[in-house]
Design a protein around this ligand. Structure first.
Ligand SMILES: O=P(O)(O)OC[C@H]1O[C@H](OP(=O)(O)OP(=O)(O)O)[C@H](O)[C@@H]1O
Ligand SMILES: O=c1cc[nH]c(=O)[nH]1
Ligand SMILES: [Mg+2]
Length: 219
């Protein structure tokens, strides 16, 4: 499994990330979502450099231009809810992509709120055989949601490449992905890798609950 950690390179992604971690900045949901979208756009641009390109001809009003174009069949997928703004950023860049959606949400399974289970309720995806599957989800905490989302997508075909795009990852989440997803075809792209999970399985220092910060608390 490959890991691309954008915080190892100085770029404006760090500025967007610093802002969405900031508790004051988080009070404006529009700005919070917009920064996640911008991170998605920049990750997608970097990812575009790793696709497979072939030369094609384009007819202009005055002649013919030759240009190398990406040939991958991308399925751009996301996990409801928090994945939506990151997905929107990717879709701004990979505007020709087909799209897949799965719902997977964390639910505590004990009274002390120290164990989380993942509930999957909804799946909508094209066939994934031979496709480049991008899964955009801003938080890779325990890795349970990505695993369950991936398993749901797998019921609809076997991709030839899997790219997981997140804003924050944890060592535990990365280890979980390594154990549960195909090592040779999987790359995790993240804006940063944070220290650890707390006892409630939240990322520390993290940014809080990404879904709630984007869309408000849910019951
Ligand atoms: O790696 P994990 O431990 O599974 O945690 C990560 C998940 O947590 C968030 O979703 P959440 O369950 O909060 O749902 P939401 O998007 O509706 O807020 C986030 O969007 C991930 O899907
Ligand atoms: O810190 C975390 C962990 C999981 N999901 C979130 O939104 N935040
Ligand atoms: Mg949430």
């Amino acid at each position: 499994m490959k890991i691309i950690n954008f915080s190892e390179t100085d770029s404006v992604i760090n500025r967007y990330l610093a802002e969405i971690r900031d508790a004051d900045y988080q009070k404006n949901r529009l700005l919070f979502r917009n920064n996640i979208t911008r991170i998605g756009e920049m990750m997608a641009y970097e990812m575009s450099k790793t696709l497979t390109y072939e030369e094609r001809e384009v007819t202009t009003p005055l002649g013919t231009a030759r240009i190398r174009l990406p040939q991958d069949s991308i399925v751009l997928s996301t996990i409801f809810r928090a994945g939506l703004p990151l997905h929107a950023g990717f879709l701004n860049v990979f505007d020709h992509a087909d799209n897949g959606f799965v719902s997977a949400y964390r639910k505590y399974t004990d009274e002390a709120h120290t164990e989380v289970g993942i509930e999957v309720e909804y799946l909508a995806t094209p066939n994934l055989d031979g496709k480049t599957l991008i899964i955009a989800d801003p938080m890779l905490a325990t890795g349970g949601s990505i695993e369950m989302g991936y398993r749901a997508f797998l019921t609809k075909g076997m991709p030839h490449r899997v790219d997981i795009a997140c804003v924050l990852a944890t060592p535990e989440g990365l280890e979980h992905v390594k154990k549960t997803m195909p090592d040779d075809i999987t790359t995790v792209w993240c804006a940063a890798i944070d220290e650890r999970l707390n006892e409630h399985k939240y990322i520390i220092p993290g940014l809080g609950d990404a879904g709630d910060l984007c869309f408000g608390e849910k019951l």
